[in-house]
Design a protein around this ligand. Structure first.
Ligand SMILES: [Mg+2]
Length: 252
């Protein structure tokens, strides 16, 4: 039997027949996973770590650090706008380019345990995974690449160099404005269903503005009740996130 004359059409027929037999609602979905970075993919807040590095040797370091942590908390809980929170924290630091490699080293040492456990699976899913953050490309890209994720699927802010050599936020940063994450995701036209996974209020806003179909509140690092109560699902690990039945969650 010539395979190309007889075998191939038969094989093609079998594939089509199998697809007809699988009811549409049982067809496996290929969602787009959108992960937050701070307190989700890593178990720290990058800007807190950066503050710790930047303020090394500063006399009132502890006072400054606590001030920055408080601003981070206010931003995460939605009590302060994301833009205000980010600008306030950066203003408290005299950030220099040589501080960034030290930050990356800390971030890589602090992957959230379940993300590190499932790194092989994440690397296999890399084309379906985006990372969206109010942090900066300068440290997020080198960090996510260590998990096997795509650096061209990161949506974040950027730094630019001032004339005195210190770093400041690039004013065109997409995630440094209120609802920036949602706006940036919508602009990408990502495949549906889109599942946003994060711990903070800015992650919930992605769902609120319909830039994703499902929002999973991620609590492995920190449990924010104000965010968890709004979520479609709550997950305490990446294993729990990936086990969520997408078919039964709303609007997908
Ligand atoms: Mg976060």
């Amino acid at each position: 039997m010539n395979f190309y004359d007889q075998g191939l059409p038969i094989l093609g027929g079998l594939v089509v027949f199998s697809l007809i037999l699988i009811p549409a609602h049982r067809m496996p979905l290929q969602p787009t996973w959108i992960f937050d970075f701070d307190s989700t993919l890593v178990r720290v807040e990058a800007l807190d770590e950066l503050a710790d590095i930047a303020l090394a040797g500063v006399p009132d370091r502890q006072v400054q650090l606590e001030r920055i942590r408080q601003v981070t908390r206010l931003g995460m809980e939605g009590a302060m706008s994301i833009e205000q929170s980010l600008q306030s924290r950066l203003a408290l630091l005299s950030l220099r380019p040589e501080m960034i490699p030290a930050l990356i080293e800390r971030l890589v040492a602090n992957f959230t345990p379940s993300f590190w456990r499932l790194r092989d699976r994440l690397a296999m899913m890399r084309d379906q995974i985006w990372v969206v953050s109010g942090g900066c490309h300068e440290w997020i890209e080198p960090t996510v690449s260590r998990l096997g994720l795509r650096t061209d699927q990161v949506i974040a802010n950027r730094l630019r160099r001032r004339s005195d050599g210190t770093l400041e936020l690039d004013p065109h940063s997409p995630c440094a404005v209120d609802h920036g994450k949602a706006t940036a995701i919508m602009a990408r036209n990502l495949a549906k269903p889109r599942i946003m996974v994060g711990d903070g209020m800015t992650d919930w806003q992605v769902r609120e503005l319909n830039a994703c179909e499902t929002f999973v509140c991620f609590t492995e690092v920190v449990h924010r009740e104000s965010v968890a109560t709004k979520a479609d699902a709550v997950a305490a690990s990446l294993e729990e996130v990936l086990a969520i039945d997408i078919q039964s969650t709303p609007e997908s």
